[in-house]
Design a protein. Structure first.
Length: 368
């Protein structure tokens, strides 16, 4: 197991690479989509009409972009584990089933080939119409630490998605009188199938894992659109569409735990690890489930994170884990302090993985 740190585009700086190394991280997961463009980089940021920000001028990333990023990360003493998320501008009609779907799929194929040629092993993506939406920010974590959470009763989950917005970002200008986007579960799975059958064979040739993030929030529907991977078993369905090591998972522990009906996250994690399809892991803890939950410190949520490490140890997982959605700590550098706490906890678990004893969940199953 390796420890990494996820960094937004504007945070890919020498100072943050140095911070990551000091905290024990060896790898970086890079977000190249500029979600916030200088504004507060929070999941609760943005507006109902414009989302997080405007990506309408984004240009498809190229080999030179990827090779330059790989070199920058290595020059700063780290390795690039993955690119996380595609700009909605690149694949809006893939998500929406629009007229430019074929053209955009060809662009994504070039992107995947260029990433593989540059030495990027994994691309994380989230096949979602509404994206990450509906969250609020407040003193939800231990000690009144600032964190984010979701309360479906406090928002209108059926609020129509504005025209020209997908995945919580504006990819083009809105059109007056346009009908709101609606899509049911069957249609969304059909769109995903088209995407995977076109892209995964290219990824396999390029040596790249396409890693799918589950829905967050894992509601049944949001803003008129069905959700996709909102139950752990639906990850299996996704992997079975194209049975390939390049059709993998961006395994977000927090998202799995939030899902209604998830009573044993440990067996799900064990199953996914055994299939050898985990691209990388969001080592994230939460309290509560849909319809109401919030982010917690990594040692203070509903998941026994030591048990997760025991399972990953037993299944010989050798990939990268990054902290995600960590609460902020009360000091002059709240983001850095929160990440440092999470990284230190993760590093201690990984360094002592063989001393953690047998898997508790496996012992319980054997006893039954």
């Amino acid at each position: 197991m390796k420890i990494g740190l996820g960094l937004y585009r504007e945070s890919l700086t020498p100072d943050n690479f140095r911070f990551a190394r000091q905290a024990g991280a060896t790898h970086v997961v890079a977000h190249l989509t500029n979600y916030f463009r200088g504004r507060d980089p929070s999941l609760s940021a943005g507006t109902e009409n414009e989302g997080w920000g405007d990506c309408s001028t984004d240009e498809l990333w190229t080999y030179d972009d990827f090779a330059g990023l790989v070199k920058t990360v290595r020059d700063n003493g780290m390795e690039l584990a993955a690119i996380e998320n595609l700009s909605p501008r690149f694949w809006s009609d893939v998500l929406l089933g629009g007229p430019d779907r074929e053209k955009q799929l060809e662009g994504l194929k070039r992107l995947v080939r260029d990433a593989g040629r540059a030495g990027i092993p994994c691309i994380g993506y989230n096949f979602s119409i509404a994206g990450v939406w509906g969250w609020s920010r407040g003193p939800f974590a231990r000690g009144d630490a600032m964190s984010v959470g979701l309360d479906l009763a406090a928002i209108d989950p059926d609020l129509p998605l504005p025209d020209g917005v997908v995945w919580n970002m504006r990819y083009r200008a809105g059109r007056a009188g346009a009908r709101p986007v609606t899509v049911d579960s069957q249609e969304l799975w059909e769109r995903l199938s088209v995407f995977l059958r076109e892209i995964v064979p290219v990824a396999e040739e390029a040596g790249v894992v396409m890693a799918a993030h589950p829905d967050d929030p894992p509601a049944e529907a949001l803003r008129g659109a069905a959700r996709l991977v909102n139950r752990p078993e639906k990850y299996d369905r996704l992997m079975d569409i194209v049975d390939s090591p390049s059709n993998g998972l961006e395994l977000c522990l927090g998202s799995l735990q939030e899902m209604p009906g998830t009573t044993d996250i440990y067996e799900h994690v064990r199953r996914f690890a055994r299939r050898k399809r985990i691209g990388y892991i969001h080592f994230r803890n939460v309290r509560g489930k849909v319809p109401k939950y919030h982010e917690a410190f990594v040692d203070d949520g509903d998941i026994d994170m030591a048990e997760i490490v025991r399972i990953l140890r037993d299944e010989d997982f050798a990939g990268v884990m990054i902290p995600d959605h960590t609460p902020e700590m009360s000091c002059d550098a709240p983001w850095h302090a929160g990440k440092a706490f999470a990284l230190g906890y993760m590093r201690a678990l990984v360094q002592n993985a063989h001393a953690l004893g047998p898997s508790v969940s496996r012992t319980m199953i054997a006893a039954e």
